[in-house]
Design a protein around this ligand. Structure first.
Ligand code: KG4
Ligand code: ZN
Length: 346
């Protein structure tokens, strides 16, 4: 059964056709990053206007590519929540229009749960063993940081979430503090590669708490104060203050103090977020006695998070499934994939 999915919850306009919830027939994702860059964050009304412009163009482009026939589509799936309200409405209106004109059922899909489904539609996992339920899922994006227990594909509960900023949101804000570009996640990861992640001992908020909730606003403030108080330090003193481990890495860098400083702040901040996310996820997976964990959302593209989480889970015999990089961020294939499961089990 082929389902056409539509995703417009934030700044990506995407349409995809997925067969039987697992095979991507065709998919297009159009990013609006360039439009929002100068505002260093997503402007909801601007996002809605761009979705409105992009949706018919992408739809026509997919049809022209000819990988499926419209008459073979059996349902229209669309992200209904959560997301930026003006952006969501644009996708919903387009999806409703298609469902009426093609006389097809309209399936409304939860965006956060759909991120978990990215692994099931991922071509990289075709022919391989799929994650087994029950499982724990960690969805980390610009808008969400959520730990969920999935008893089965459609039966889940939230066991932990952020009580303030989302993980991706702090990456974006720390990037602004370091005068790096938007979105912050990819650029912080890149800059961090030249830094020492143990140079600055930033807090790991709530890491000792027995619950599974997260809090990142204190960490954000700690980074802000660290930059304010240390940016002007003399290079030599700064080098002495840092762990000897970092010296080799530092010598490879150019002689520009700003670069050392940014790299160390970015790496130490990133390590703090990764430590908290990893610690809570491993704890949850053990408590709920699952064999598998799924990672999803834009921040799941972070290679340090992917590798540390996989390693720490492996130590306790739990397998991590992380989607391919192209399916970590917002995409319509995950929406169409989860919609199939919703129809199948109706
Ligand atoms: O899932 P997504 O595309 O959109 C939302 O639903 O929010 O996630 C976007 C977020 C942004 O905050 C971005 O900075 C973050 O994901 N992100 C990353 C990386 N790539 C994207 N964060 C850390 N490391 C990355 N490599
Ligand atoms: Zn998302």
């Amino acid at each position: 059964m082929k389902i056409l999915g539509i995703e417009t919850s934030a700044d990506e306009t995407s349409i995809a056709v997925v067969e039987n919830g697992t095979r991507i027939i065709d998919s297009l994702v159009r990013s609006q990053i360039e439009k929002h860059k100068k505002y260093q964050g997503i402007v909801p009304e601007l996002a809605a206007r761009e979705h409105h412009k992009n949706l018919p163009v992408i739809y026509q482009e997919l049809i022209n590519r000819g990988k499926f026939k419209v008459k073979d589509i059996k349902a229209i799936a669309v992200t209904s929540n959560p997301g930026l309200p003006p952006a969501l409405s644009t996708g919903l209106a387009f999806a409703k229009g298609l469902s009426i004109s093609l006389n097809l059922p309209l399936i409304e899909v939860d965006h956060v749960k759909a991120h978990v489904w990215s692994v099931f539609v991922d071509p990289a996992f075709q022919g391989q063993e799929k994650p087994k339920f029950p499982l724990i899922a960690l969805v980390v994006s610009g808008g969400h940081t959520q730990l969920m227990y999935f008893k089965s594909p459609l039966k889940s509960k939230i066991i932990g979430k952020t009580i303030d900023d989302a993980a991706g949101e702090v990456f974006d804000k720390v990037a602004v503090m370091l005068e790096l570009s938007y979105p912050g996640g990819p650029v912080i990861e890149k800059v961090s590669a030249k830094g020492d992640e143990f140079c600055i001992d930033f807090p790991r908020p709530k890491i000792q708490d027995p619950d599974y909730d997260f809090s990142f606003s204190g960490l954000k403030t700690a980074v802000l104060y660290y930059i304010r108080d240390n940016q002007g330090l003399e290079m030599k003193k700064y080098k002495e203050d840092c762990a000897p481990l970092s010296k080799t890495q530092k010598n490879k860098l150019s002689n520009h103090f700003d670069q050392y400083f940014k790299a160390d702040v970015a790496a130490s901040f990133q390590r703090s977020v990764v430590d908290v996310l990893t610690n809570k996820t491993v704890k949850a997976a053990q408590k709920y006695k699952v064999d598998n964990v799924i990672l999803g959302g834009g921040v799941a593209a972070n290679s340090i998070l992917r590798s540390k989480l996989a390693l720490d889970l492996k130590e306790v015999d739990i397998k991590l499934y992380s989607p391919s990089l192209s399916l970590c961020g917002d995409n319509a294939a995950m929406i169409a994939g989860l919609a199939y499961e919703m129809i199948r089990t109706r």
